[in-house]
Ligand binder design. Structure first.
Ligand code: ATP
Ligand code: MG
Ligand code: MG
Length: 279
């Protein structure tokens, strides 16, 4: 959840962070320990914000959620906050899985479809998640555009597919579509796939997109800046990881932790290195 207030984080947003889990490390390590918050925990934190009169937000951003009741509570809270502030923007990253594999319980899918999509303003699924949410298998640009159309019909005015892989050259395509203000716009950016697995890139993608959309109010520019930021961060991360691992060794999850603070300059002012194509 975030609001513009006096005390800012990097891109000028004051953020109230609510964890859906508190883990020792991300789940890409060999094990992880900690707690999964439930819907009562979320309700309690929301009560605290309300009682202190600090529950007025310009944006809500949700990411990984591991339980059905927690996701249902999120939907209730978003509806409540939108009553108080009708211009609140809800950005939903419907984190469910990747590369053909669900990593949340299957019962979350109908909640995303029936309760979350209708109240979300912006969604940022990856290819696997778009396929789950729409039932369309994405094997081409046309499939992706059709799937984004279906997502629009279910609620969100802006749909951004963070990554999809259907090109024969092995590149990644990110697509963005908006039907806001009565006009339809679709953009795509294509870039090279790095031969490594990063964790946390989806979160960074959704956060940067929210920030640049709010600042520039221009989906094409927001997509370009988001991709530019992500590519800078992952390239820096991969170079550092390879140097730490040493010639011929595979970097460990710890060595592959995203170099976020080291990339602060690129996050604040993304290099002008990607041009989105208008479709
Ligand atoms: P996560 O598993 O962190 O939730 P995700 O599947 O939701 O990730 P992705 O779409 O895989 O998110 O990645 C988000 C962005 O990160 C992509 O748009 C791309 O810019 C960048 N990215 C991630 N992995 C790679 C890679 N191997 N090569 C190039 N870019 C990548
Ligand atoms: Mg991915
Ligand atoms: Mg994701």
């Amino acid at each position: 959840m975030c609001a513009k207030r006096e005390f800012d984080q990097v891109l000028g947003f004051d953020v109230s962070t609510i964890n859906s889990v508190q883990f020792s490390n991300h789940t890409g390590y060999k094990c992880f320990k900690g707690q999964v918050l439930n819907s009562d925990d979320l309700a309690c934190l929301y009560d605290g914000l309300q009682e202190n009169g600090i529950s007025s937000f310009s944006h809500i951003l949700t990411g990984y959620i591991g339980s059905q009741s927690f996701l249902e509570k999120v939907a209730e809270i978003v509806v409540d906050l939108k009553k108080k502030n009708p211009s609140l923007v809800y950005v939903c990253d419907p984190v469910m899985g990747d590369n053909g594999e669900m990593y949340v319980p299957a019962e979350l899918l109908p909640v995303y479809i029936d309760k979350i999509l209708p109240i979300a303003d912006i969604v940022t699924p990856n290819q696997f998640e778009v396929e789950k949410l729409t039932g369309i298998k994405i094997t081409s640009e046309e499939d992706a555009i059709e799937a984004m159309k279906i997502l629009h019909s279910r609620g969100p005015k802006t749909v951004v597919i963070s990554s999809s892989e259907f090109s024969s050259d092995g590149s990644i395509t990110s697509l963005a579509s908006t039907v806001a203000n009565g006009k339809k716009e679709v953009y795509k950016v294509q870039f090279q796939k790095l031969n490594a697995v990063f964790v946390g890139t989806g979160d960074l993608f959704a956060a940067c997109l929210l920030a640049w959309l709010e600042k520039d109010k221009d989906l094409k520019l927001a997509l370009e800046k988001t991709i530019a930021t992500l590519q800078s961060v992952i390239k820096r991360t991969f170079e550092k990881a390879k140097a730490l691992a040493g010639e011929g060794n595979r970097p460990t999850p710890a060595q592959m932790e995203l170099q976020l603070v080291q990339s602060k300059t690129d996050i604040e002012a993304p290099p002008n290195s990607y041009n989105a194509v208008v479709l």
